[in-house]
Design a protein. Sequence first.
Length: 223
Amino acid sequence: MSSEPPGASPAPLTLTPRERRVAGVLVEKARTTPEYYPMTLAAITTASNQKNNRDPVTNYDQDDVDEALHALRKRGALIMVDGGGRVPRWKHELYEWLKVSRAELAVLAELWLRGAQTEGELRGRAARMEKTLDLAGLQTILQTLSERGYVVYLSPPGQKRGVVITHGFYPAEELAKVRQTVASRMVLEEEGGAVESVVTTRGQEVDSLREELAALRTEVTDL
């Protein structure tokens, strides 16, 4: 599945960068460290700003994260758990909110946390939450999510390897910028590959000439 289906419709939901980061963190931590879930505001803030498995790396403060939490709560994506007088904790309701499976939500969470990436990169990262996910299974999930507008293919139709995808929850202007950035990167990679090919070919030609010259010198010496 290497191209966006003709009938794919835009996602009915858009999320801000902070909302995407917060939602992704809650999904990730619920699956990878369930002993610390539901999460406090402080824990969500720390996890949102962690340096591994995040792109871009952010520096949100607790007010930033709190605003995103309450915005998502109003939309029915999260709930606050009563801590019985202790620090309130948060948990997501994204399975019901988006009507997705566990594997589908794991894929979306990785796209929210890191943005556009290849199928291979996404499979490796999503496998932290969905250990049985293989490439064929991921491609089936991406196709299903794409039909609902939750996933967007950024590679040209027909491309088989290095297919790049992202989520479909960007506002329109942000998605346009993502498309442009990925397209520019692909052009640079193609040009770099072409240059490398030329350099390799030239190098092979030089080696061949050196061998011929050495043979000629040997022949002259013999004569």
